[in-house]
Design a protein around this ligand. Structure first.
Ligand SMILES: C[S@@+](CC[C@H](N)C(=O)[O-])C[C@H]1O[C@@H](n2cnc3c(N)ncnc32)[C@H](O)[C@@H]1O
Length: 207
């Protein structure tokens, strides 16, 4: 199925995006704080929650949430990042699929949960999905929520990565509604600062 899906903006960016994995490896080696998104996600979840890290990259947030005691599934389509994640965080299960391919059957085949209390989709994932797949991606994530489950998403509104799209808040909110979800909260950062025009953090629930 993955072969028939359109290429993500991340994949189309090719070598222009390769600095991400190295940058986080360096930051972790230097003992820098790279898990702010994870701390908010942990605060949103009951202990031992089922959490999907959708577009998990090199695994920094999924691994943090796993260390907090949650039952985490990471999903990442970029083979180099899957390899880096498995090397760096060998205990974090990574399903090497993109979000559109995360059907209950595919998750069951991978031996991981098929519904989640929290879906984390942070670090600009939603501005890197394939062109015109935004509603389908949001809808797929929503379909994986357990009753009462929520999605934590975040992306730059300004000065984002060069190969990512601009995603104006009004357009995102319309796509959320078209996907059968609703915006429960919006913040300006993972520290819950007020809404601003630089970065957007969203908490989404079923509509
Ligand atoms: C900047 S990286 C962030 C990775 C990770 N979430 C983090 O914050 O460290 C963007 C990620 O989005 C992923 N991505 C883009 N489109 C995706 C899709 N449709 N499904 C899953 N992941 C996707 C890329 O493969 C890449 O790993």
């Amino acid at each position: 199925m993955t072969d028939t899906l359109p290429p993500t903006r991340w994949a189309l960016g090719g070598p222009r995006n390769t600095g991400y994995g190295e940058r986080f490896a360096d930051l972790i080696a230097q003992g820098e704080d790279v898990v702010g998104e994870g701390r908010l996600a942990d605060a949103m979840a009951a202990r031992g929650a089922r959490i999907l890290d959708a577009g998990s990259g090199m695994g920094r947030i999924g691994a943090y949430l796993q260390a907090c005691g949650h039952q985490v599934t990471a999903a990442e389509p970029d083979p180099d990042l899957v390899a880096q994640s498995r090397r760096t965080f060998p205990d974090l299960p990574v399903v090497p699929l993109e979000i559109l391919a995360l059907t209950p059957a595919a998750l069951a085949d991978a031996g991981v949960a098929t519904e989640y209390d929290l879906v984390v989709c942070v670090g600009n994932v939603l501005t890197f999905v394939a062109e015109d797949t935004e509603v389908a991606v949001l809808s797929r994530l929503g379909s994986l929520l357990a009753p009462g489950g929520r999605i934590l998403a975040g992306f730059h509104l300004q000065d984002g990565p060069a190969t990512a799209r601009r995603y104006p808040p009004d357009e995102f909110a319309a796509d959320v509604a078209a996907a059968g979800l609703r915006v429960e909260q919006r913040f300006g950062g993972y520290d819950l600062r007020p809404v601003d025009d630089r970065y957007a953090v969203w908490v989404l629930g079923r509509g």
